[in-house]
Write a protein that binds this ligand. Structure first.
Ligand code: PLP
Length: 455
């Protein structure tokens, strides 16, 4: 790293507090400053090239150099750089995007509502659900169930929905009315000899017990990612969504599918909702909606949600919620063009086909001494690192081995992300088989290098 006092690295340490970073350790470690990107690759400030095997933050679906998105942004920026959708106003990109999203939805949806981030969208979903309960004359129906290891964002409400310790500790979270049911990670949580189906049945029973203990009339909604992402890529066990949804239907509880990572092709279908036959009342989307070229997020709501909201807004005189930049015209134009690219280039089919190759390469490393489990579907996956395969024990502190291997892998030219001891892989949807091989050749090499330090 450059140590000149005026180097970007030195100025970063002096002036910039990073997200999701140990702020003290950053002073020793310093930043990795990424300067440019093309396709699945990014280049740092020293000219070193990496495969971005996380698509940035699970998000740059079409890759890092898509000129059509630059052109769409430029056109819209020149025509109408800003307008909003408050108080009956609107603009064409948002009309077009609303129509597109409602028509794309794999289950009947009524309206689209726009925000700027996944966190804001989940926060908004929670507010809509509370507003709806009041509209229906059920003010006691305010509790929301999420899951341990879920990730739904970082605002006060969405961080409460998130089921990860680091998002709660010292933030005084979660807030009241948010409950967390069991995590669906079979390898970690199943009882000895328990099949995936049996495990799913037990988790559905856990959910029902929680609902009954709290009072079914107090539970408004259940939030879930079709495949958990930031909790370590947890693919639902066989039968999971079917059994969970049966319980939700029994007690008339809304289902919110958080498609922020799964949406727009990641699991080999346009939405994770299709992959797992989910029937959500609200779908939350962001990230790959615009390949993160600009911030935008959206929620689709069905009539069961929209109609009471409309009635309540009529009673009060407004739906008193919305963000200045929610559904920004330039971001909406980029999202429309991005979705067109995903469709025209068959990137969902590519995720399925190249994803099958990625899952094969993941399966191959399962036999490595340091790998306890591999998991995934299509173009999302993870390997869980252990010091002892039989006991599943970590190497020293939890996350130490994940950090070690992730660092070596980065030196070897691949950017992944370790969530504790799970290393995730979520490459751009445009990736091909040969590039998947490049990633996993580097992963195998890095595991061998790490093994020398661990043994
Ligand atoms: N929901 C899911 C499933 C996510 O993965 C994320 C971010 O990683 C969020 C919500 C929060 O999105 P944002 O970081 O845009 O607030």
């Amino acid at each position: 790293m450059d140590t000149q006092p005026n180097s970007p690295e030195a100025r970063d340490k002096k002036y910039h507090m990073h997200a999701y970073t140990n702020a003290r350790r950053h002073q020793e470690v310093g930043p990795l400053i990424i300067e440019k990107g093309d396709g699945i690759y990014v280049e740092d400030i020293s000219g070193k090239r990496y495969i971005e095997a996380m698509s940035g933050l699970w998000s740059v679906g079409v890759g890092f150099s898509e000129q059509r998105l630059v052109d769409a942004a430029t056109r819209q920026m020149s025509k109408l750089p800003f307008y909003h959708n408050f108080t009956h106003k609107g603009h064409s990109p948002l009309v077009d995007l609303s129509e597109k999203l409602v028509n794309m939805a794999p289950v009947p949806m009524s309206k689209a509502f726009f925000t700027n981030s996944g966190s804001e969208a989940n926060d908004t979903a929670m507010k809509m659900i509370w507003f709806r309960s009041n509209a229906l004359g059920q003010p006691q129906r305010k509790k929301i169930i999420s899951r341990k290891r879920a990730y739904h964002g970082v605002t006060i409400a969405s961080a409460s929905l998130t089921g990860l310790l680091n998002n709660h500790l010292s933030f005084d979270l979660p807030i009241a009315n948010v409950l967390h049911t069991s995590s669906p990670h079979h390898w970690r949580e199943a009882l000895p000899g328990e099949t995936e189906q049996q495990f799913s049945t037990r988790l559905a029973d856990d959910l029902e017990k929680l609902i009954l203990a709290e009072g079914p009339e107090t539970i408004a909604a259940f939030f879930g990612e079709p495949v958990m992402g930031a909790g370590g890529v947890v693919v639902p066990p066989a039968g999971y969504w079917e059994k969970i949804q049966a319980v939700l239907q029994k007690y008339d509880i809304l289902l919110v599918a958080d498609e922020v990572i799964c949406g727009f092709g990641r699991t080999g279908n346009m939405f994770g909702t299709e992959t797992y036959a989910m029937k959500p009342d609200i779908m939350v989307m962001s990230k790959q909606i615009s390949s993160s070229y600009l911030p935008i997020s959206a929620m689709l709501i069905n009539d069961k949600v929209f109609e009471p909201l409309a009635d309540e807004s009529n009673r009060i005189g407004t739906f008193g919620h919305g963000f200045t930049a929610g559904g920004h015209p330039v971001a909406a134009a980029v999202a429309l063009e991005n979705i067109a690219i995903i469709e025209e280039r068959n990137l969902v089919a590519n995720a399925r086909e190249v994803g099958a190759h990625m899952q094969k390469r993941l399966a191959r490393i399962a036999s490595h001494d340091l790998v306890g489990e591999v998991r995934g579907i299509a173009l999302i996956g993870a390997m869980e690192l252990v010091a002892d395969k039989a006991t599943k024990a970590p190497w020293g502190a939890a996350g130490a081995l994940g950090g070690l291997v992730n660092g070596i892998l980065q030196q070897n030219g691949v950017i992944s992300r370790n969530m504790g001891d799970a290393l995730a892989f979520c490459p751009p949807l445009i990736i091909n088989d040969k590039q998947v091989d490049d990633i996993f050749d580097a992963v195998e090499k890095s595991l061998d290098e790490a093994a020398k330090q661990v043994k």
